[in-house]
Design a protein around this ligand. Structure first.
Ligand code: ADP
Length: 211
């Protein structure tokens, strides 16, 4: 299966560019008996997907790259800081009940647990909270720091990490979200500045093919 799904017209344009490139938009339009304006969005997609390159006064030519190469390039070039979300956090002394409420109101599946100053102490997922309820404990009296996965076992990312690398961490460690962190001034702790999730990757992929 192609990684970037091209429609029939885009396939046709790509074929023409492969055979006759460099070729102008006018000439492609002529070959397909279409207007230049009709072709413009398709040419834009092929160019943005990296399959076709364009040079002023020369025209369009085939980049020679496969869709896989292009995808790997994009995922390595785009950084976590370009696609991440705002972090949703709870304080370590909040209760498991507070965490459940925050998950509902913020509509997220993972919360980052912080101490004063937004310092990362742990992560809490849906399953962690389900476990507490199954244990029959009173969620209002259990602090989240008794339920969370704690530092130093948290898998993290930074704003300048390529999306591909961060995505590989999600797969390798079988988690849904990574806290995006930056070191504190003394360099001993991590401050939470963002949230990188499977949803960010899905959005990134959709944006890539719809650009
Ligand atoms: P769930 O299974 O609840 O849908 P996850 O698969 O993300 O969500 O979480 C599985 C376990 O991994 C939970 O115990 C959670 O505390 C822990 N966890 C979640 N995110 C991270 C992370 N970034 N680093 C380390 N552990 C994490």
């Amino acid at each position: 299966m192609a990684l970037i799904e091209l429609n029939k017209r885009q396939e046709e344009i790509l074929r023409i560019v492969k055979v006759d490139g460099p070729i102008t938009g006018e000439q492609i339009a002529e070959q397909l008996s279409l207007t230049r304006a009709t072709l413009r969005p398709d040419l834009a997609i092929l160019t943005m997907a990296g399959l076709v390159d364009a040079r002023p006064r020369v025209g369009y030519y085939y980049s020679g790259k496969s869709t896989k190469t292009v995808l790997v390039e994009q995922m390595s070039k785009v950084l976590v800081g370009d696609v991440d979300s705002l972090p949703i956090v709870v304080h370590e002394k909040n209760s498991a009940y507070d965490a459940v409420v925050t998950m509902f109101t913020e509509d997220v599946g993972t919360l980052f647990v912080v101490s004063e100053g937004g310092i990362l102490e742990g992560c809490i997922s849906r399953k962690d909270l389900l476990k507490v309820t199954m244990g029959g404990m009173d969620v209002r009296n259990i602090p989240v720091d008794m339920v969370m996965t704690r530092m130093p076992n948290i898998v993290m990312t930074t704003q300048d990490e390529p999306v591909l690398q961060a995505a590989q961490k999600l797969i390798l460690h079988q988690v849904d979200a990574l806290p995006v962190v930056k070191p504190t001034a003394d360099g001993n702790q991590w401050e939470v500045v963002g949230r990188f999730t499977k949803t960010n990757i899905t959005k990134f992929l959709v944006d890539l093919v719809q650009a």
